[in-house]
Design a protein around this ligand. Structure first.
Ligand SMILES: [Mn+2]
Length: 409
């Protein structure tokens, strides 16, 4: 068993690894990440995850529900640390898995992967408590500076059953943690009048929506933008300074997250029901409306933007005619919010017919050679959301019977 496999085994049991091993791990991780572009290219199949926030036992639950590494390819959209009790074990395990299986693990940066934020929201204190010095925190922050800012997923299938694409018209499937289907939304034919779309989908699906308020409502009528385009993954959202994916590639990312500018916006912004751009109540990044997302997706040959950054009680929320989705992977956030979590599975296009064109997100790349399947074009990737709850209390080993009240600290 290699040292790395030993470290993985130790971290999986939620025990920190020694400081010199952390230093070595962070060094190896940095050498790997330095070679990655600001926007990593990932090929489906892949399982996309949102915020983790140091909830180690819930991360184990995520792997139980979504499949273990390296059997399942994962893309984590940042905010690994802060808030929860086990930021250190969670981040180091993900980092070990990245170093061990670099092609099966993609980590992109969240707004919490920052010196300033981790000093306020828990990770710094946790490192100090667990090691007696800030060295490990410093090693981790040096890795944060090298994390990619986004990812482009190529080759996702428009069907969830690669074996029988002709029979499968599922656009969205929602499963629970046991794998049972909670709800299923058939893909609407692109030539159907929109009112009919709404009627038929509400008839078929609204009662079966699973958790109330789920963004995957019956009103989804396929993606907007390029229906055969790639999927952009980013922690927060868009920036008024970034109108193409290529502009993200030009950012000098190897630094602390700045207080403003394109890099800051990608990690801090949120979609909102507004026109155009708005000021963010977070004090960093912007709010952006449906029009912004649709124009961006069209211009960049994207079918969908996947992002994290906002707690959604149902684990995921599609907005703006399914042009953007929020994925949230920290169940019962902060051990008290009562939300469920979700991951988004994209399956591989095995048809080989070019039905789901592979593009690199650049303008015009997918304009030729699209083969339309019977019944008109299929819009966007088929999405399977696996919804899961917090790990049961008895799997958590120790702590937190009674968290110490703030005024004692
Ligand atoms: Mn965030």
């Amino acid at each position: 068993m290699s040292d790395l496999d030993k470290a993985i085994a130790q971290l999986r049991s939620c025990r920190p690894i020694p400081e010199d091993q952390v230093r070595e791990l962070c060094h190896r991780a940095r050498e790997l990440l330095i070679e990655e572009g600001n926007v990593v290219t990932v090929t489906a199949p892949v399982t996309i995850c949102g915020d983790i926030h140091g909830q180690f036992h819930d991360l184990m639950e995520l792997f139980r529900v979504g499949g273990d590494v390296p059997d399942t390819n994962y893309l984590f959209m940042g905010d690994f640390v802060d808030r929860g009790f086990y930021s250190l074990e969670s981040f180091l395990l993900l980092l070990c898995l990245k170093v061990r299986y670099p092609d099966r693990m993609t980590l992109i940066r969240g707004n919490h992967e920052s010196r300033q934020i981790t000093t306020v929201y828990g990770f710094y204190d946790e490192c100090l408590r667990k090691y007696g010095s800030a060295n490990v925190w410093r090693y981790c922050c040096d890795v944060f500076d090298y994390l990619a800012l986004g990812a482009i997923v190529l080759g996702a299938s428009s069907t969830l059953s690669p074996g029988s694409p002709e029979d499968d018209d599922t656009e969205i499937e929602v499963c629970d943690q046991a794998g049972s289907i909670i709800s299923r939304f058939p893909r609407q034919s692109a030539n159907q009048p929109s009112q009919e779309k709404l009627d038929s989908s509400s008839k078929n699906t609204v009662d079966k929506t699973g958790p109330p308020g789920t963004g995957a409502s019956g009103s989804s009528s396929g993606s907007v933008g390029n229906p055969t385009g790639a999927i952009l993954c980013v922690h927060g959202g868009l920036s008024p300074l970034v109108d193409t994916v290529d502009k993200i590639r030009l950012i000098d990312r190897k630094q602390e997250v700045p207080h403003e500018g394109a890099m800051c916006d990608l990690l801090w912004s949120d979609p909102d029901e507004i026109d155009g751009w708005g000021l963010s109540p977070r004090g960093a990044g912007f709010l952006f409306g449906a029009d912004i997302v649709k124009v961006f997706n069209h211009r960049n040959d994207l079918s969908l933007i996947a992002r994290a950054h906002q707690l959604v009680m149902e684990g995921f929320k599609e907005m703006f005619d399914a042009s953007i989705v929020t994925v949230w992977s920290a169940p019962n956030y902060c051990y008290r919010c009562g939300n469920v979590a979700a991951v988004l599975e994209l399956t591989e296009d095995e048809s080989g017919t070019g039905i789901f064109q592979r593009t690199n997100g650049d303008v015009g790349r997918s304009s030729g050679g699209i083969v339309e399947p019977r019944g008109g074009p299929k819009n966007g990737p088929a999405r399977r959301y696996r919804v899961f709850q917090a790990a049961p209390q008895d799997s958590r080993g120790m702590p937190a019977k009674k968290p110490v009240a703030d005024y004692f600290l």
